[in-house]
Ligand binder design. Structure first.
Ligand code: URP
Ligand code: ZN
Ligand code: ZN
Ligand code: ZN
Length: 466
């Protein structure tokens, strides 16, 4: 089965140019100057469209057990929504809880994904408890399981928290076996003090979730993680869901010294604020409770994050997709913001939301593709199989219509959430056609994929390091 995507503008990390893309089976076999491709294959007309690599969301939590409940998207519903929105690969997180065996956690996540995913997927491993056994397991996961990145938490004491000694040991191990350490950088013990004090003062509304997680505690943890990685002989470090100017400053300083320090941000931090969303009247703000929290719109966070994307101090945009419904889930925190399950769902809309940055003149076309597809593939060892339109790469391709329009709403989204964090937002641009390994799975809003067609992607080491 060969397909020719004809008449479009192919966009990659180095720029955009008119080209026709020939696919054979699941693989891209050639790019041709317009009009030079052989006759014969089935043609998909891409006139007026951008032809971009299928996007990669390197940070999702489908059906994650968390906050006394479970994220509301399953691997089935969440990967279908992702696909419709132009994302053709996710990297989710398998979890080792404290006291459990790492390999058992991984097996459990393979069980959850088997026959469920609509698109290809990989796993990072969350280490809930660093000890001799889990350190040994890190070597095995890197060597034989295709898992080359490990997430640690400086937040959530009693849940996923690791202390500095544990973090250092895991970093030393990663330095030896080539893996990446991903860090949830917030000072959890200090946050817990502020939360307790706020609740004692009767401050129970959702906005206090943000006010008890000040940016200083994100910056301090980011800085500490960077220094610990330095002590671990420059272990590669990737700061997840970076939200604040002062935290970005720590990353920028390290990068200016040539360190293997990287960071991602998420659409919610680029657009939404503590005042306008988290501070919405009554309990409404619970919709936007996530950690790290939304930051003040009166400070320069959003502008600084866009700038960080341009300078590559922020290398990746992921969603941290971790949806909870208002009914029965977010509602667990009525009268106590600390009981609101933490997370926002955006896996369906990241491609569009970041394209809006191109429309607004904040990102170049090439940088759009790089931050949502190419760099996540390189950062996490899937390149050039994923993240680029080139001969030999998987035919994961999105036709993006810059003249289309997207209106985001709970009425039309495919995520299993009873609200949208972006309700009523209108975006210039639209995902038109989505191919995953050569199969058209979504076209003009009509979905033709199926659960179970997505394959596990064993990952190699990062090729993004200095
Ligand atoms: O609020 C968030 N981010 N929930 C998901 C878990 C995490 O820390 O990434
Ligand atoms: Zn986190
Ligand atoms: Zn710099
Ligand atoms: Zn997360």
């Amino acid at each position: 089965m060969s397909i020719l995507i004809k008449g479009g503008t192919v966009v990659g990390p180095t720029g955009a140019s008119p080209a026709d893309v020939l696919i054979d089976g699941e693989t891209i076999v050639a790019l041709f100057a317009p009009g030079q491709a052989p006759e014969g294959p089935e043609v998909i007309d891409a006139t007026g469209k951008y032809v971009i690599p299928g996007a990669i969301d390197a940070h999702t939590h489908m059906q994650m057990p968390f906050g006394g409940t479970q994220a509301s998207d399953t691997f089935d519903t969440g990967t279908k929504a992702a696909a419709i929105g132009g994302t053709t690969t996710i990297i989710d997180f398998a979890i080792q809880k404290y006291g459990e065996v790492v390999q058992d956690g991984l097996a459990a996540w393979h069980g959850k994904t088997a026959d469920q995913c609509h698109i290809d997927y990989g796993f990072h491993m969350i280490l809930g408890g660093v000890d001799d056994d889990s350190l040994k397991a890190m070597d095995q996961l890197v060597a034989t399981e295709g898992i080359t990145s490990f997430k640690l938490f400086m937040a959530y004491p009693g849940v996923f928290y690791s202390d500095d000694g544990q973090i250092l040991r895991a970093m030393q191990k990663a330095r030896d076996n080539g893996a990446m350490i991903m860090m949830h950088a917030e000072n959890g013990p200090a946050i817990d003090v502020l939360v307790k004090q706020a609740l004692e003062r009767g401050e129970t509304d959702p906005k206090f979730h943000g006010l008890t997680r000040p940016q200083e505690l994100e910056a301090e943890a980011t800085s500490r993680a960077i220094w610990l990685a330095s002590v671990a002989a420059d272990c590669p470090l990737y700061i997840v869901h970076l939200s604040a100017s002062k935290a970005l400053e720590q990353v920028r300083n390290a990068r200016d010294l040539g360190r293997n320090v990287f960071a991602e941000t998420c659409p919610q931090y680029l657009y939404l604020t503590l005042e306008d969303q988290l501070g919405a009247p009554g309990f409404e703000g619970a919709k936007w409770v996530c950690s790290t929290p939304l930051r003040s719109g009166e400070e320069s966070h959003r502008a600084d994050l866009w700038q960080g994307l341009r300078t590559n101090d922020l290398s990746v945009v992921s969603t941290d997709h971790c949806p909870f419904c208002m009914k029965d889930q977010k509602e667990m925190g009525i009268g106590d913001f600390s009981k609101i399950p933490n997370g926002i769902g955006s896996v369906e809309h990241r491609v569009d939301l970041l394209y809006q940055g191109v429309v607004d003149g904040k990102l170049s076309l090439a940088r759009w593709v790089e931050t949502i597809a190419t760099t996540p593939a390189r950062m996490f060892g899937m390149y050039p199989k994923k993240g680029i339109i080139a001969p030999g790469s998987d035919a994961d391709i999105v036709l993006y219509d810059p003249n289309g329009r997207t209106r985001i709403s709970v009425e039309t989204h495919h995520m299993n959430m009873d609200y949208s964090a972006w309700e009523g937002w209108e975006i210039d641009g639209k995902v038109d056609t989505v191919l995953s390994r050569g199969e058209v799975i979504s076209r003009n809003g009509e979905y033709t994929g199926r659960p179970g067609r997505g394959k596990y992607v064993p990952r190699g080491l990062s090729d993004y390091l200095l």
